[in-house]
Design a protein around this ligand. Structure first.
Ligand code: GDP
Length: 226
């Protein structure tokens, strides 16, 4: 069940860093190649069919879309990269503004990179991680569309990506995700809640583990019963 991003509300689309809301306590950013499944993943995490819709509307696809989670927390949807149809003239500002955002935003605690499990760790993904490296902040990879592979193939892809990430930075992590099956939500929330310093409610104990009933004390006045 997704809970962390349920309160997410669109705040602003920024073309330049000066258009962003002031620094808050903590925010996480989502990036990924166009078509990797980033919007679907955000909608799944927010339990909201159209959260990332705003980022897909014409005119906003190249902007930094900022969503507030309340209490100084935020989530940021970065434009998809590597889309062949985007002319170089549009790609260049992407690099500059997003690059500046990633390097200078103090409240940014970590970067989620959404990758299609069938095409993970492309040169562009590597380039982004290289760019982000000087911040010393962690990257979490969502290998989405995991439903497109068998369990075995998905596990093998995950192991390979984890090994490649470990070679880059020990703090980086990866997981399987599927917006279609709504799987991987809790794993993602665990990482994001840590970055955002939000306490997730403890999971409910299983119903089968009821405490055994204590025998009732008989023949004692109620105020002497334990
Ligand atoms: P974005 O460009 O990264 O925001 O990608 P979208 O979220 O728009 O997804 C691109 C395409 O992949 C769409 O046709 C989605 O329906 C599909 N897609 C996204 N996530 C999944 C998933 O987990 N499983 C499957 N099977 N398809 C997905």
């Amino acid at each position: 069940m997704s809970i962390l991003f349920r309160q997410a509300a669109f705040q602003t689309s920024a073309k330049e860093l000066k258009d962003l809301p002031p620094e808050g306590l903590a925010e996480v950013a989502f990036a990924g190649r166009s078509n990797a499944g980033k919007s679907s993943a955000l909608n799944t995490l927010a339990d909201h069919k159209r959260l990332a819709f705003v980022s897909k509307t014409p005119g906003r696809t190249q902007l930094i879309n900022h969503f507030t989670l309340g209490e100084g927390r935020a989530l940021v949807d970065l434009p998809g990269y590597g889309y062949a149809k985007v002319p170089a003239a549009v790609r260049a500002p992407w690099g500059r503004v997003i690059g500046d955002y990633l390097l200078t935003r103090q409240s940014l605690k970590g970067l989620v990179i959404v990758m299609d499990i069938r095409h993970p760790m492309t040169d562009l993904d590597y380039g982004l991680m290289e760019w982000f490296k000087p911040t010393g902040k962690p990257v979490h990879v969502l290998l989405t569309k995991a439903d497109k592979l068998s369990h075995g193939a998905a596990a093998a892809a995950l192991a390979k990506v984890r090994a490649e990430l470990a070679a880059l930075d020990a703090a980086h992590s990866a997981q399987l995700f599927s917006s279609l099956k709504k799987s991987g939500v809790e794993d993602a929330e665990t990482v994001l809640a840590r970055w955002l310093d939000i306490a997730l409610p403890a999971p409910k104990p299983p119903m089968t583990q009821k405490a055994p009933k204590q025998p009732r004390a008989r023949n004692k006045p109620w105020h002497l019963k334990q």
